[in-house]
Design a protein around this ligand. Structure first.
Ligand code: M6R
Length: 618
C-alpha cells in the first residue's frame, strides 16, 4: 500500500512525479504529496484526497525543479489529512522522505527522538525516518540513510532527498517493493514499473537491504553491508497502453472484457503439441513425483482461485491439497516439509502475508511454486519456481482478469501434474481440447454485455431501487456447490468491495446449518446452478429459498429449461461447458453484476474506499 516515486534528471520533476503517481494511485489514494529540490531549497506540497486534488493545487502554484520525490497514501498510522500525507520532513526542513511500509518500533524511536529535541508534526510512523536521517546526517545523504535505517524495525521502501544535495535521490527497501528505472540522463525509483514505463524500459529490482543512490547520470547500488554491487537491468516488454482505459468507463470493466484474450494467450503460450509446458517452473519432474501433498496459500481473490485449484488437483491429479489464507498459514505452525509443494498465488507478487507465508514454507523445507502476474515481483523472485499468468497490468482494485488467469494456470498445472506423475485422468484426452474452448465461450458471452443497457445492468438497477425502497436493508447471499463454491465466495467479495453492500458466500449445502435463517424478502440470493453433478441439490436449495420469500438470481447453463420455467426472479445464462471448467464462465457475469451494482450506486469502482491494490503491509 502507498506508492512512492523519485526522479532526478532534466525534466520538470513535478510533472514526472504526478504522472508516475497517477500510475501508482491503485496502491492508495487517500492523500498525496511531492517534494521538489530547486536552487538549494526544498519545496513540499501535500494534500488530503485523491491525486487530482494535489494536481489542481500544483496547477495553481507550480513547483519548479528537476529532482523530487512523491507519494500516494493508504493510511496505516494517522488519519488521512494534509499533515499526515507524505513527504515528511525533518525539523530543519532539509530532508524529505516518502515511505511505503510500517515502522514497527516507531513509538520507541519517536520517544527517543523527542527526548533529543526533535519536534514531530504528524501522527505517522513514517515521520521518524526523516528525523533519524537528520540525526545521522554529516554531509552524505546515502551514509545517513544507511545508518538511520539500522535502527528501524518493520517494512519500508523509501525515497529521500536533501536540500543541500541537489540532483540526488536515495532509495532503500526492506519487505516493500522498490524498482529503479534507468533513463537517458535521468533516473527513477518507484514502487512499481508502470510509474516509470513512459520514460524507460530498463529496470532494476532492488532486493531487501539494498540502497540506491541516483543522480541524473549515475546509479550506485550498495548491498546490505554498504559494499557497491553491480546489478543488470531487465528489459520490460509490455506496453504502457496496457495500463490505459482504452475507452472503457473504468479499468475494472476493461479488465473484465480482456479475459477472453488473456485466456487465449495463456493456452497458446503453454499448450504445445498436446502437452503443457511451463518454461520458468524450475522444479524438476523427479521432485514433482516425490510430492506427497500440496498446500495452496493466498489472500482474497487469489485464495478463491486456490480453492478451485484444490478441487481440480484432487480430482484429476490425485494429490491431497489444502488451502490456507496466507495470514493464517504464517502464524500457525503449518505441517509442511520436504515432501510438500507449497503453491503461493498472488496477482501483485507483493502481498505481505503471502510473502511471509512463502518464507515460512521455505524455512520448513518445502518447495515453493508461485503463480504470479507481476514479473520480477518479490514473491516471484523468492519462490523456487514461478508460473506467470501474463494477464497484463491489472489496475482496478477489484481483481477480475487475474482471477480467471489464475484458474487457467491451475487447470494447466493440474494436467501437467497428472502427466508427470503418470496419473490416468478420466477425461484426459479431451481435457486440453475442451479447455481451449473457454476463450471463445467467454467472448461470446461477453458480447451480450457490451451495451450499457445489458441484462445485468438492468438487474443492478432493479436491486438499487429495491434497496432504496427498503431503507437500505437488502443484502446479497451467494451460494454454490463443489467446484463453484469458491465462485460464491468470489462473487460476494467482488460485490462487497466495490458496492459496500453486505454479501456472504456459502456452500449451498450449509444453508440449513444457519444461513437459511437470513432468508425473508430482503436478501437477494445468487444461486450458481450450472450443469453439474450437484445440479439437483442446487435446485432443492433454490426451492427452499423461494419457499421462504427469498429473491433468487439463478446462474444457469444456457438452455436450462427447468429453472427458466420455474419462475426465478432473475436468470443469468452462461455457456455450457464441462463442470470442471465452468468456474471461469460463472465468474465473469458475477464480476459484471458487482460492477453494475456499484455503478448504479455511483461509487468509485476502480478505487473503492479503504482498499488498495497490493496489500504490502500486514
Ligand atoms: O496481489 P494479490 O493477488 O496477492 O492480492 C490478494 C488480495 O489482496 C486481492 O485478491 C484482493 O482480495 C482483491 N482486491 C480482490 O478483488
Amino acid at each position: 500500500m502507498c506508492g512512492i516515486i523519485g526522479y532526478t534528471g532534466k525534466k520538470n520533476a513535478e510533472e514526472v512525479l504526478l504522472k508516475g503517481l497517477s500510475r501508482l494511485e491503485y496502491r492508495g489514494y487517500d492523500s498525496a504529496g511531492v517534494a521538489v529540490l530547486k536552487a538549494g531549497e526544498l519545496h513540499v506540497r501535500k494534500k488530503q484526497g485523491k491525486l487530482s486534488v494535489l494536481a489542481e493545487d500544483l496547477k495553481r502554484a507550480p513547483l519548479a525543479g528537476n529532482t523530487g520525490i512523491g507519494h500516494t497514501r493508504w493510511a496505516t498510522h494517522g488519519v488521512p489529512n494534509d499533515i499526515n500525507a507524505h513527504p515528511h520532513v525533518d525539523h530543519k526542513r532539509h530532508i524529505a522522505v516518502v515511505h511505503n511500509g510500517i515502522i514497527e518500533n516507531y513509538q520507541q524511536l519517536k520517544e527517543k527522538l523527542q527526548k533529543a529535541g526533535y519536534a514531530f508534526s504528524s501522527d505517522t510512523d513514517s515521520e521518524v525516518i526523516a528525523h533519524l536521517i537528520s540525526e545521522q546526517y554529516k554531509g552524505d545523504l546515502r551514509a545517513a540513510v544507511r545508518t538511520a535505517l539500522k535502527q528501524v524495525k518493520g517494512s519500508f521502501a523509501i525515497a529521500v532527498v536533501h536540500r543541500g544535495e541537489p540532483g540526488r535521490v536515495i532509495g532503500a527497501r526492506k519487505d516493500s517493493p522498490l524498482i529503479v528505472g534507468l533513463g537517458e540522463e535521468e533516473n527513477f525509483i518507484a514502487s512499481d514499473i508502470p510509474a516509470v514505463l513512459e520514460y524507460t524500459r530498463k529496470v532494476i529490482y532492488l532486493e531487501n537491504g539494498e540502497i540506491v543512490d541516483l543522480s541524473g547520470d549515475t546509479c550506485v547500488i550498495c548491498g546490505p553491508k554498504g559494499k557497491k554491487i553491480r546489478k543488470r537491468p531487465v528489459e520490460i516488454k509490455w506496453d504502457i497502453s496496457q495500463a490505459e482505459k482504452k475507452g472503457y468507463r473504468h479499468f475494472m470493466l476493461k479488465e473484465i472484457f480482456e479475459q477472453p484474450e488473456v485466456l487465449r494467450n495463456i493456452f497458446k503460450e503453454r499448450i504445445k503439441g498436446g502437452r503443457v509446458e511451463f518454461e520458468e517452473l524450475a522444479i524438476r519432474d523427479t521432485q514433482i513425483r516425490k510430492i506427497k501433498r500440496i498446500a495452496i496459500v493466498a489472500c482474497g481473490t487469489a485464495y478463491h482461485a486456490g480453492l478451485t485449484g484444490k478441487y481440480m488437483i484432487e480430482k484429476y491429479a490425485k494429490v491431497p491439497v489444502w488451502v490456507d489464507n496466507s495470514s493464517e498459514f504464517r502464524y500457525r505452525e503449518p505441517l509442511v516439509g520436504r515432501d510438500t509443494l507449497v503453491i503461493v498465488i498472488s496477482q501483485s507478487g507483493e502481498t505481505a502475508d503471502t510473502l511471509a507465508a512463502l518464507r515460512e514454507a521455505k524455512d520448513r523445507g518445502a518447495r515453493v511454486l508461485a503463480i504470479c502476474n507481476v514479473l520480477g515481483s518479490s514473491i516471484a523472485r523468492e519462490s523456487d519456481g514461478v508460473i506467470y499468468t501474463h494477464a497484463g497490468p491489472e489496475i482496478a482494485v477489484a481483481s477480475t482478469k487475474a482471477y480467471t488467469a489464475q484458474l487457467a494456470i491451475l487447470y494447466l498445472f493440474t494436467y501437467y501434474l497428472a502427466s508427470v506423475r503418470k496419473v490416468a485422468m478420466t477425461d484426459g484426452r479431451s481435457f486440453l481440447r475442451r479447455l481451449k474452448r473457454l476463450p471463445s465461450l467467454a467472448e461470446r458471452m461477453l458480447a451480450q454485455y457490451h451495451s450499457r443497457k445489458n441484462i445485468l445492468a438492468r438487474y443492478a438497477a432493479e436491486f438499487h431501487e429495491y434497496y432504496l425502497a427498503r431503507n437500505n436493508k437488502s443484502c446479497f447471499l451467494y451460494l454454490g456447490r463443489n467446484i463453484n463454491y469458491p465462485n460464491a465466495l468470489e462473487g460476494a467479495l467482488k460485490l462487497k468491495e466495490i458496492s459496500y453492500i453486505s454479501a456472504e458466500g456459502y456452500p449451498a449445502g450449509e444453508m440449513k446449518h444457519g444461513p437459511i435463517a437470513l432468508i425473508d424478502e430482503n436478501p437477494w440470493v445468487v444461486c450458481i446452478a450450472v450443469q453439474a453433478d450437484t445440479y439437483e441439490k442446487m435446485l432443492s436449495n433454490i426451492q427452499e429459498i423461494k419457499a421462504r420469500g427469498g429473491i433468487v438470481i439463478a446462474v444457469v447453463s444456457a438452455g436450462d429449461k427447468t429453472l427458466r420455467d420455474s419462475k426465478m426472479n432473475y436468470l443469468i445464462e452462461v455457456p455450457r461447458a464441462p463442470e470442471a471448467f465452468s468456474p471461469v464462465l460463472v465468474a465473469i457475469p458475477l464480476q459484471l453484476l458487482a460492477y453494475h451494482v456499484a455503478a448504479e450506486f455511483g461509487y468509485d469502482i476502480d478505487q473503492p474506499r479503504n482498499l488498495a491494490k497490493s496489500v504490502t503491509v500486514e
